[in-house]
Design a protein around this ligand. Sequence first.
Ligand code: ZN
Length: 70
Amino acid sequence: MQLIQGKTIAMTCSRCIQEHKTLAWYYGVGLYNNSLLCRDCFKFVFNNLTEKQKLEWSFYKQQKGDKKYA
Ligand SMILES: [Zn+2]
């Protein structure tokens, strides 16, 4: 996940159409491929992915890994 800080340009989430200071670049399957999403919308879209699709994200893989070896 790449976080983008907006200072000079308007940072509008592609899903809720509201401005946020920080947006995440979402790429992958679904309607919001290659979109900027706020934290809440990113979570929403991410939670609708299949397990296999989620594992393509390194932060999710790490989370799973941590649980496995905890
Ligand atoms: Zn949003």
